[in-house]
Design a protein around this ligand. Sequence first.
Ligand code: HEC
Length: 484
Amino acid sequence: MKLAFSVAKKSDAPSSPAMRTSAKYRSLARPASSESEGWCTALHAMAILAILASVAALCAACLSAAAEHRVAAPAIFDSDPHHIWNRTYGCLFVRKSADGAEYGADALDPLLWYETRHLLTSDSHRRALACLDEFLRSHAERTVQDPLKRAIFQRDLWAIFDWAAAVTDQLPRERRELESRLAKAIRRVALTPEQVRALRDTYAAAVAAQQFAIAYDPHNPRQPFLPPDLFRGDGPWLCLSAHIAEPTAITHFSGRSRFLVFIHLPGGREETLAYVRKLRSGSEPPMIRNASGNQLLNLALPQFPFGTQVALVRQVILLDAEGKLLPTALTESVQLRVYHAITPGTPYMNYINGPSSRDQDFFEFRMSRPELFAGRNGGLVAVHPGDLEFATFQTHGMDEFDPKHALTGQTDILRRCLGCHSDSGIHSVQSRLQWMKPPQPAAGQSILDALDASIQWETDVTVAHKRHEADFELLQSLWRAERE
Ligand code: HEC
């Protein structure tokens, strides 16, 4: 999960002030050569010391300015780290901690939170605007033609745009400065609908590469596996969609990805279908309220057997130049959970240390940009136990790099799953709250088992939902204003 990247330092350039200053320093420190020069040298020495002190101060100022202006540019979109695509991406995605360590160069989501002021204030803001201005002024969209790179670059810029467009009254001018430039760049790198349709199915590519185990191994329960038959219409997995007006994975919703939920009971497709039908046609709701009105898990819900597996697949949605939202099969992540046991639980939700909290094994694959562009394993990389990240999903919105806060720091990716998936069997399947709802009359029960219909439904409702989001309306209005 680590990515080596080169750091382009402005101070590396021979003509930079820092280098000029140190050359001057070296010539002043030249040793005296003879006795007659002694006094002269002594007098000089005092002057020199004074000069040295001021030069040192100047030097320190230059160096700190240079350090501040360091542009971390991961060589992701071009082999040259100085390429404007790399610099723009680096400006927006790479964060630096107080000790100078850099993070986020290949993060799935930018390390930006609701409270983040990075990119909106001071130097990082000026740098982001300068990079984007250079990108737009030089028509840098023409310098990278590979549709896959353009797609991912747009995905990344769009994530920053949506973050900047969050509903808040903080720093509106700075947000608008960023948004207007991002909106232009997002449109300029847009693919045609034909190009989007021609993008690869990267899940299929990952399966075809045969680099990952294909099944859960109870004797090696930490070994990541990628089921080859997840998307097989007549296979053991069922794509869960309630065919309601909201996406099934509503908590993950951003409108920039579609999320697909799958389930697989150990008895195969028939057992899985029978279980889901029973759950959906039964009268037991997923949650109940106690006398004091608190929400509790409904333990009377039919339970599934141990050996059941669930999956959540996230895939990129792109924008064409007209602002049409187009789905792709570019897979951003695959999360899997296997229930090796079903221990009866308590009615309390997300009981992390509860009786069933050791029942599951957790897995995740994530898209890595360099792997994707190199055509390796569909770009997917397994997350291993102990891999760390700064969590951005469902946090309190505080910036992890802001020294004012008591920070959580990086957390173990696979251990974090427990926080939301620790309850017994079906009670830890969070999306049940959506897919157990009665379907829209038009959808009917009969198409629940049709993979394509479920994927299409989830895509359509995700797109429809996004079109009504304030961030999307803002993007559209910025595009319209540019045209007028
Ligand atoms: C902060 C809470 C949270 C964390 C942490 C979390 N998830 Fe989830 N997960 C959810 C929610 C909520 C859903 C339901 C879909 C939705 O509403 O977006 C979900 C859905 C899923 C699903 C689909 C089946 C289901 O439960 O609905 C899988 C599989 C899954 N998550 C795996 C994981 C794995 C693996 C991890 C750790 C790498 C993880 N999750 C971490 C909240 C979380």
